[in-house]
Design a protein around this ligand. Structure first.
Ligand code: AMP
Ligand code: GLY
Length: 414
């Protein structure tokens, strides 16, 4: 069996590693992959990113299954193009991917189907948005409608900040179109959790919960990043939270996917806020999280190919996903300066056999791994409790060096 994995981050390395454990899989192509997938068992990187060329490659190579990592190809309709050629692919179609690709679409979907979410208004002209913020209570949250590389959400503490944000999104057009429409919503205070799930369009099965650490500095300070570390399960997601999540978020979402007749066989990731007023859905992602995937793949016992096949065959009802009865801690090592400017091109030295290293932004140069991105790698370790997993992850991280390495020291301190 040949598998194609689309993407180039730590998430895709973790997926490739998990897929490689299926004994029927003989070959995994990673497009374009990275220095980690280049070295992973059964894997080969291929330098193809255009959707039509990926379709051609999958046809020529008789790829049995394609798994899409990032949101961008999903929102561009990669699933539709593969399906036109009768190629098996795991992910939502272009229409369903709007749940992540358009904040206005996803908020309207939540409202229509009664998914608990922050109250909001959407605007497609700056004049009306500026009028609206005159009478708001602050803080408020302003979101660019389209994909903005994680920079499209601003929590505004004052009218002045809101005005500046509207100007930069809608007038200066810093996101080249993605901010032409915006959502302005109520600020919800609480603790965030990532609940990744798998769906076949009829059933949604949640994975073990995870806790991302989005800000660059310890204590949740500084600008947002793609994610600096994860622990799973998330200690704040107890039975009561799960009950509210099922009733007020998961089930209405399932109704919506059916009601809109979405062709959705893929991952649905719920970004939730656990607040004093209940459990709110902040956003949907239509793909796995990074670094949530790295932490979760180290806990997943079920064969991932079997699980994905059940989703594609619309056969998830009653399917049991098995998890190790452990905690997982994943810590990102980044290039100093990220998420701002940083230098790349440094050699990575690894003297550790503990934990599992997933490469995010490094390439292979001969037999050397060289830093090439903001988030460079993550190390994931498991343990019987969070403390054990955390200690093991940090111990392993101590034996990894590269110039300007930066990591948060408080991943998993709750
Ligand atoms: P989103 O892309 O919608 O998840 O937003 C990115 C981040 O902004 C979230 O992970 C939260 O930390 C924060 N955020 C988004 N919406 C809200 C909200 N309504 N209230 C408070 N924080 C929010
Ligand atoms: N780690 C959060 C995300 O992947 O969106």
């Amino acid at each position: 069996m040949k598998v194609l994995i689309i993407g180039s981050g730590g998430r895709e390395h973790a997926l490739a590693w998990k897929v490689s454990q299926n004994s029927e899989v003989t070959k995994i192509y990673c497009a374009p992959g990275n220095g980690g997938t280049a070295l992973e068992n059964k894997c080969e990187n291929i330098n193809i990113t255009e959707i039509k060329n990926l379709v051609q490659f999958a046809k020529n190579e008789n790829i049995h299954l394609t798994i899409v990592g990032p949101e961008e190809p999903l929102t561009k309709g990669i699933v539709d193009e593969f399906k036109k050629e009768k190629l098996k692919i795991f992910g939502p179609d272009k229409n369903s991917a709007r749940l992540e690709g358009s904040k206005v679409f996803s908020k309207n979907f939540m409202k229509k189907y009664g998914v608990k979410t922050a109250s909001y208004e959407s605007f497609n002209n700056a004049h009306n948005a500026l009028l609206y913020i005159e009478s708001c209570e602050y803080p408020i949250v302003i979101k660019a409608d389209g994909l903005a590389a994680g920079k499209g959400v601003v929590i505004c503490q004052s009218k002045k900040e809101a005005k500046e944000t509207i100007d930069s999104f809608m007038v200066s057009d810093i996101f080249h179109g993605a901010g032409n429409e915006i959502v302005i919503e109520e600020f919800i205070e609480g603790v965030e959790a990532s609940i990744l799930s798998i769906t076949d369009g009829q059933t949604i099965i949640p994975f073990i919960s995870a806790k991302d650490h989005k800000q660059i500095y310890e204590g949740g300070l500084g600008p947002n990043t793609g994610g600096m570390g994860v622990i799973a399960p998330n200690p704040y997601v107890d039975e009561e939270v799960m009950k509210a999540f099922y009733k007020e978020i998961l089930l209405p979402t399932m109704k919506g996917i059916q009601g809109e007749a979405m062709d959705y066989k893929g991952i649905i990731f719920f970004g939730i806020m656990i607040s004093k007023k209940g459990v709110y859905l902040l956003e949907y992602n239509v793909r796995m999280g990074d670094p949530e995937t790295q932490a979760l793949m180290c806990l997943l016992e079920t064969d991932i190919i079997d699980m994905i096949k059940h989703a594609i065959d619309e056969d998830l009802e009653g399917y049991e996903i098995k998890w190790k009865n452990l905690y997982s801690c994943s810590v990102i090592a980044a290039s100093g300066g990220y998420p701002g400017n940083f230098k790349r091109g440094f050699e990575i030295n690894i003297n550790s056999h503990k934990g599992k290293i997933f490469i995010s932004g490094a390439k292979l140069d001969g037999d050397k791994l060289i830093t090439s991105g903001g988030r460079v790698l993550s190390i994931t370790a498991t343990g019987k409790n969070i403390g054990e997993a955390r200690t093991a992850a940090y111990e392993a991280l101590n034996s990894i060096t590269f110039n300007n390495i930066y990591f948060r020291k408080d991943i998993g301190i709750v």
